[in-house]
Design a protein around this ligand. Structure first.
Ligand code: ADP
Ligand code: MG
Length: 343
């Protein structure tokens, strides 16, 4: 069905009809001039917004509308996770070109809604417009946390250990696989890497556990690549860091595929974006507690390095010594040369 058959308000009604019932914390959802919802008493608002533009952030020949719906919320969930916050309410703005069909929007919202429900988030509003050409999506996510328990980028201290959840480099390898043409059937490892790129899992409960237990001194989600996101922690915390490449966790699938290619897994991990794992610093005395916590998580946790004084800079060490940092930069939307490999 074409969008013009139901119009803007028909579309909004259709989205609303398919949503689950709102929890009692939402007093007013879709249907008024603004949504109204309650935070838990004593908690502070934690808010984030991300925009996704067709052909810059996603390619509709690669990602299905269902997975795009999931991922557009997942990337925001990951930002709240990186603060140690609890995600609560979301709003979505979209500008939709005429070629997009109603069925596409249905599938998008099925994915979006499933992701929202899985993380206890309610959709409480949005905005809808036509677009001359490309699909544009912007998701706002509102969460909560205690100011003093939330984890910022600026708290790392020299002597802290550095950890990551999950495995790194999978998403970039997955993206490379999809960019390769003429591969109708994928091996199980390739499917895994592709799903890490198209269907990431935000580490919300992991970030919250670290924040609630006061284990992390600084935290960030890895959206631009380990090297790039580590640099943000170092800048904000005014520290340096050492990372040991042989400690960087790699999935069995990535290991298998890189052994057959020219690239090295840790290099993909360092410069690859969109892994949506958490990178955090913690005092050395917390290691056994963190490792024990990581055993309860499907994704696990790995100590990959340590925080140094600022004068040491960032050192990436492989078996031969320091690696050239120029090789490891993540994706920057305004840097040249294009085209992006990850964004
Ligand atoms: P206004 O013109 O006052 O901004 P709109 O007609 O844009 O109101 O929106 C009507 C209601 O529908 C509002 O509650 C708004 O939050 C909601 N809404 C609009 N577009 C979307 C969307 N794509 N997804 C969810 N809610 C939406
Ligand atoms: Mg509006």
């Amino acid at each position: 069905m074409e969008l013009r058959e139901i119009g803007e308000f028909g579309l909004i009604a259709r989205i609303q009809d398919r949503l689950p019932d709102l929890p009692s914390s939402v007093f007013k959802g879709i249907g008024d001039d603004a949504g109204v919802a309650s935070l838990t008493p004593g908690r502070d608002l934690v808010s984030t917004v991300d925009l996704l533009l067709e052909d810059v952030h996603f390619d509709l020949s690669v990602i299905s509308p269902y997975l795009l719906g999931r991922k557009s919320l997942a990337v925001n969930l990951s930002d709240i996770a990186a603060m140690g916050g609890l995600p609560r309410f979301t709003l979505i703005s979209m500008a939709v070109p005429p070629r997009i069909r109603v069925e596409f929007i249905d599938d998008f919202f099925r994915g979006f809604s499933e992701m929202a429900q899985a993380f206890g988030v309610s959709l409480i509003g949005g905005d809808t417009s036509s677009s001359p050409d490309r699909l544009f999506i912007s998701v706002t996510l509102l969460g909560e946390g205690r100011k003093d328990a939330l984890v910022y980028r600026n708290g790392a201290r020299a002597g802290d250990d550095l950890y990551v959840t999950g495995t790194l480099g999978d998403s970039l390898m997955g993206l490379r696989l999809v960019q390769r043409t003429g591969r109708p059937t994928l091996a199980p490892e390739e499917k895994f890497l592709l799903s890490r790129h198209l269907n990431p899992t935000p580490r919300v409960k992991e970030g919250q556990a670290l924040s609630e237990k006061g284990l992390a001194t600084a935290m960030i989600d890895i959206s631009d690549g380990l090297f790039s996101d580590l640099s943000h922690i170092c800048t904000e915390s005014r520290v340096g860091a050492t990372i040991w490449t042989n400690r960087i966790p790699q999935s069995p699938a990535l290991q298998k595929l890189v052994s057959a290619s020219q690239s090295s897994g840790w290099q993909l991990a360092l410069k690859g974006g969109e892994d949506y794992e958490l990178l955090f610093a913690a005092p050395p005395g917390k290691e056994s507690e963190i490792i024990a916590l990581g055993r309860q998580w499907d994704c696990g946790v790995t100590r990959i390095g340590q925080v140094e004084p600022q004068t040491s800079g960032i050192n990436i060490l492989d078996e031969n010594g320091p690696v050239d940092p120029e090789l490891l930069k993540g994706y920057d939307h305004f840097a040249r040369p294009s085209p992006p490999e990850n964004s």
